[in-house]
Design a protein around this ligand. Structure first.
Ligand SMILES: [Zn+2]
Length: 495
């Protein structure tokens, strides 16, 4: 009997599909992964089930639509089946290393099923490093600014001038940064891969499941200096990088003024991806050196993308589900399986966990809402069905319960058409991704009525299935956990 296959799952925060080489990007962000992709399955239209992190991961690890237990439930519910719990039960050694994304901590149930779980978070509420952005002045300048902000709305055009002056003043009083490494708020991929390699050394003969979550492309964008050179541009100095991140973070500027520094910001983001690529080469070298690679399934994907003014916005707030936020790369390497050409029909990350289990010849638990697509992938067959993504509009800080209960935003994506639905106020837009891949102009309300009807019907079915058949027991367990946590430990205030 052949040995049971191990599984390595790498999720990269904020990695949009069109910024990796094997998805057609022209900057050399992923030379190693491109070479791996040449002999692996590459899913052309992998779509997250929600964005950002907290609306994406219940589907990735738990194969469950993120709002299916109710909008007030974050993370995996206590006792909920996940890829890790299933593999642990099957006798796998399991480990997870998360580069300090607070929404993937034990607080939200992501440690379930992992024998070894490192989230690189301290017990203190997580805060962006004090250095990461320009310092806010203290003393008289802070008091004066506080007073001026009160009358800021009445200042008219003078207010714009004041904002600019204040931003420059903040720059001038911030002490210089000695290195880009001290500005970065998250551990870089090399540190996560170091820990992974140490764990792999002791894994022995057991099959294993290793999940790594990397934060290198996440804002603020402070890539390793070496990565900037590797991606082909001259390194941006630490102080310039801090200026750019502070500028990009300004809430007082519209897209046309932000666009001034867009290229440099994208260059920093791309260098973060390049660092992930270099570390993946190192990880796989270690697996090869330990003779673990031959029996190892390897999957690399992302929890959502990132916006660079594509639709006038920045980062990845949950309010729209445009392609730059929901279309992610998915590279899948399964030993002894030959690459197939897959069409452009969507693959929901809801199906990832069942597909990985099936590829490892393990049964998929009934409670998973997704299904295995392994047969279609290995035989190069068309992937039927639609990909549903959803989030709660404006919930940028889910530690506030009222923010979690905002209106739902939902998208239904087929290969060519995509329907976006807002529920409050009600609105819908239908896009033809073939004619308009940038989603710049929704089709007229009377166009493509049969398509519109089909996608609306898919949305209705989804809502009926996920809210009508809610697992109330699981939902209550999660709420009890959250209430206990509210008494004992503050929920992080970032991302
Ligand atoms: Zn994320």
């Amino acid at each position: 009997m052949p040995p049971q296959k191990s599984i390595v799952l790498v999720t990269v925060d904020c990695l949009r599909a069109d910024h990796v080489g094997f998805m057609g990007y022209d900057r050399p962000t992923t030379p190693f992964l491109d070479s791996l992709a040449a002999a692996s399955f590459v899913i052309p239209a992998a779509i997250v089930a929600g964005a950002p992190t907290y609306y994406s991961f219940p589907a990735i690890l738990g194969s469950r639509h993120s709002l299916a237990l109710g909008r007030d439930v974050l993370g995996l519910a206590p006792g909920e089946s996940s890829l890790a719990s299933v593999l642990k039960q099957a006798g796998y050694a399991t480990a997870a290393i998360n580069a300090a994304n607070p929404y993937l901590s034990s607080q939200f149930g992501y440690d379930q099923g992992f024998e070894e779980f490192q989230d690189c978070l301290s017990d203190e509420p997580a805060q962006i490093s004090a250095n990461a952005l320009t310092a806010a002045p203290r003393g008289w300048a802070s008091r004066l600014n506080g007073k001026l902000q009160l009358i800021r709305p009445a200042m008219g055009p003078l207010g714009i001038f004041y904002d600019e002056l204040y931003f420059r003043y903040c720059q001038s009083v911030t002490p210089p940064a000695q290195s880009i490494d001290v500005l970065r708020p998250y551990p870089a991929a090399d540190m996560i891969v170091d820990q992974a390699c140490t764990w792999l050394k002791g894994v022995g003969d057991k099959p294993f499941f290793l999940w790594l979550h990397l934060m290198d492309p996440h804002a603020p964008y402070y890539p390793k200096e070496e990565a900037q050179a590797l991606v082909g541009h001259s390194p941006i100095s630490p102080n310039r990088a801090r200026y750019l991140n502070s500028y990009w973070n300004r809430s007082d500027l519209g897209p046309s003024r932000l666009a001034r520094h867009r290229e440099e910001i994208v260059a920093l983001y791309d260098a973060g991806i390049r660092w992930v690529d270099a570390q993946m080469a190192r990880l796989i070298d270690t697996l090869r050196g330990s003779k673990l690679w031959d029996d190892c399934i390897f999957a690399l994907t992302a929890d959502h993308g990132e916006e660079f003014l594509d639709h006038g916005g920045r980062f990845h707030p949950p309010s729209k589900l445009m392609e730059e936020l929901i279309h992610v790369p998915l590279l899948l390497r399964v030993p002894e399986s030959a690459k197939t050409d897959l069409g452009k029909s969507p693959f929901s990350l809801l199906d990832l966990a069942p597909t990985l289990l099936d590829a490892a010849q393990l049964p998929v638990p009934e409670e998973f809402q997704g299904s295995s697509r392994w047969d279609e992938i290995r035989q190069g067959k068309h992937l039927d069905g639609v990909a549903i993504s959803e989030c709660v509009a404006g919930c940028t800080n889910p530690s506030r319960r009222d923010g979690r209960l905002g209106p739902r935003v939902l998208s239904v994506r087929e290969e060519r058409f995509k329907l976006m639905l807002q529920f409050d106020p009600p609105a819908e837009q239908l896009y033809d991704l073939e004619a308009d891949p940038g989603e710049h102009a929704p089709l007229a309300p009377t166009a493509q009525m049969a398509v519109r009807r089909r996608l609306l019907e898919a949305a209705r079915e989804h809502l009926q299935r996920t809210s009508g058949q809610r697992d109330q027991r699981m939902s209550l367990r999660a709420r009890v956990r959250d209430l206990r946590l509210e008494w004992t430990r503050p929920i992080p205030q970032r991302l």
